[in-house]
Design a protein around this ligand. Structure first.
Ligand SMILES: Nc1ncnc2c1ncn2[C@@H]1O[C@H](COP(=O)(O)OP(=O)(O)OP(=O)(O)O)[C@@H](O)[C@H]1O
Ligand SMILES: [Mg+2]
Length: 560
């Protein structure tokens, strides 16, 4: 990492910058005294004695040259914190995105709406700011050390006062820093809850309007804003108190230091005394920056803990990744499969199902019967809690994931669009799919005519929130997405729930045309679709109530 390579240079630059600061302060004090007294030559001792006998004007010029030169270490020292913090944010976001995308489906489901966004925005930004401030504090710390050394050269008694005073201040303010950290923990949690509430409100905007509960929704949001408000106020109040306390105590120590220097006579000249005062004030500012950074880094830590905690939790979830090749789906077997969600809800119980290649199976049953859960098991998204799911006799978890997904098409219950053109949505990031294939799939999904009516045709930009796309069109885009890769297995979860009878007819005719060439599992209550299937499996409370098998379809009497 470039920034790590730059670290020694960073510390050296900070040191050089601080040394220049001390020398400039000494020169400034001597020049000021020289100019005020109207002397032609100034007296300089110690390491600066080579400049003795120069005029105050020359000292001013030397000081200005030094300041110009100081820009170089200053520029280098500013580079590293900026680079490291940018890198911290980039790395955290990359790791978070990768960990989330590669985590098992169940772990992804555990992330509430807005949780991921909050981690990727506030938490990573706080971590980046924390690293920025910590590194800036290194510069302040180095400056402080050099100032103390400068003070030792000019007046050892003053140096002792500086070190003692800073130590006392630092320890006196530690309880405040701890309190900041505690309140920041509350701020992190509250800010996460606010983001989740706001996201939920955005998703439910239409419902809130319909039921006239905007006031109640607003009250919920206000409550979560208030939860952020309190720890925010506490943290910022404490941050505000620190500089005042620091400066008051600091000025008191400067007076004490001056008294000691005056009494001991350890500052050998009037100019030295001025330099000592300036060094004390400069040390006060640097140590204040270190103290500020201590508080700010403490404030960032709960955010850092949260984002690292979630990333590590996601990274620790291992999905078994098989490498068994799969060129074609010949048969699927679900043997005595049960599935229990992490909250303990049992969605499937003892399911047995053998599906032949080319067979079309309708899954029906009342709401909550476990149809979508079974579809997710068949997609390989949810590993059975008990029992096994095999393809061509091989457990699906042992099959190479790329081979498995190449053979699959899926139309979810609530199809989602990505922000991009209609063609992008059908292609869905699979770069090897040609434009001809996209149009063919759109025709098969009975979407082509609609797309031609849109102003940009296949280049029309759509997104999940775009109002120009109706629910039925969205569903057909998802159907085209499923058909475009010539799948062996097509799983459709209520594929016509958003379609009118006419559109449902065209989708039904598409599926009828595919019958026999593709293995189809259709979750639906619609007779138009279940009729297509040669077999109907009826679920109730997670169990198979009836399985018509091949041949005539008979639905249980209570199903229509
Ligand atoms: N993420 C989840 N966490 C916990 N329980 C869940 C989860 N998803 C579904 N369930 C539960 O599992 C059971 C089956 O749900 P599933 O979504 O499979 O039903 P469904 O038959 O598809 O219903 P619908 O017709 O309403 O879509 C339900 O009792 C449901 O509450
Ligand atoms: Mg469902």
């Amino acid at each position: 990492m470039g920034a790590v390579r730059l670290t020694p240079l960073f510390v050296v630059s900070a040191t050089v910058g601080a040394v220049i600061d001390v020398v400039t302060i000494a020169l400034l004090a001597q020049a000021a005294v020289g100019l005020t007294a109207g002397v032609s030559k100034v007296e300089l001792n110690g390491p600066l004695s080579f400049l003795r006998d120069t005029t105050p004007d020359t000292l001013v010029v030397v000081g200005l040259c030094l300041l110009a030169f100081r820009l170089i270490p200053f520029w280098i020292a500013a580079q590293v914190p900026a680079r490291v913090s940018a890198r911290v944010q980039e790395r955290l976001r990359t790791r978070l995105a990768a960990a989330y995308l590669r985590a098992p489906y169940l772990d992804q489901m555990a992330f509430h709406d807005g949780h991921l966004q909050e981690l990727a925005s506030t938490e990573t930004t706080q971590a980046a700011l924390g690293s920025l401030i910590a590194l800036q504090a290194v510069t302040s710390g180095v400056t402080l050390a050099v100032l103390v050394c400068g003070a030792i050269v000019l007046s050892p008694a003053t140096a002792l006062i500086v070190i003692g005073a800073l130590a006392v201040l630092f320890f006196a303010l530690r309880p405040l820093a701890k309190a900041v950290k505690r309140s920041a923990g509350g701020k992190a949690g509250a800010s996460m809850r606010f983001m989740e509430t706001l996201n939920e409100a955005a998703n439910l905007a239409v419902d809130s309007r319909t039921y006239g509960v905007i006031d109640a929704e607003e009250a919920l949001i206000d409550e979560s804003i208030d939860e952020v408000h309190r720890p925010w106020y506490r943290v910022e109040l404490m941050h505000g108190l620190v500089p005042g306390a620091y400066q008051t105590a600091g000025f008191a120590f400067v007076f004490v230091g001056l008294g000691v220097v005056g009494a001991s006579g350890s500052a050998s000249s009037f100019g030295n005394l001025g330099a000592v005062v300036l060094i004390l004030l400069r040390a006060l500012a640097s140590s204040q920056q270190v103290q500020y950074a201590y508080g700010k880094v403490g404030e960032a830590l709960p955010f850092v803990d949260r984002v690292y905690g979630d990333i590590e939790r996601l990274e620790a979830t291992h999905e078994r990744r098989g490498n068994h090749p799969l060129s074609r789906i010949e048969s699927l077997r679900v043997d005595d499969v049960s599935f229990v969600y992490p909250d303990g809800r049992r969605a499937l119980k003892g399911i047995d199902l053998a599906i032949r290649s080319g067979e079309s199976v309708a899954i029906t049953g009342p709401s909550g019967a476990g149809k979508s859960t079974l579809a997710a098991v068949l997609l390989g998204l949810l590993p059975p809690t008990e029992g096994s799911f095999t393809v061509n006799g091989v457990p699906v978890v042992d099959v190479a994931p790329a081979d498995w997904s190449r053979r699959l098409g899926y139309v979810p219950q609530e199809g989602r669009l990505l922000t991009g053109t209609v063609a992008d949505n059908i292609r869905f990031l699979r770069k090897d799919i040609s434009d001809d294939d996209v149009v063919r799939a759109a025709r098969a999904a009975h979407l082509h005519e609609d797309v031609l009516r849109w102003p940009g045709g296949y280049d029309t930009v759509v997104s999940q929130r775009s109002e120009a796309v109706s629910g039925g069109q969205r569903q057909r885009i998802c159907l085209a997405r499923a058909l475009v890769c010539h799948p062996d297995l097509l799983i459709l979860d209520e594929p016509t729930s958003a379609l009118d009878a006419e559109a449902e007819d065209v989708v039904a005719s598409t599926l009828r045309a595919l019958k026999g060439t593709v293995t189809m599992v259709i979750v639906s209550h619609k007779p138009r679709l279940t009729e297509i299937c040669e077999r109907v499996v009826h679920l109730r409370q997670g169990e198979v109530l009836s399985d018509s098998g091949a041949g005539a379809v008979t639905l249980p009497a209570d199903l229509s």
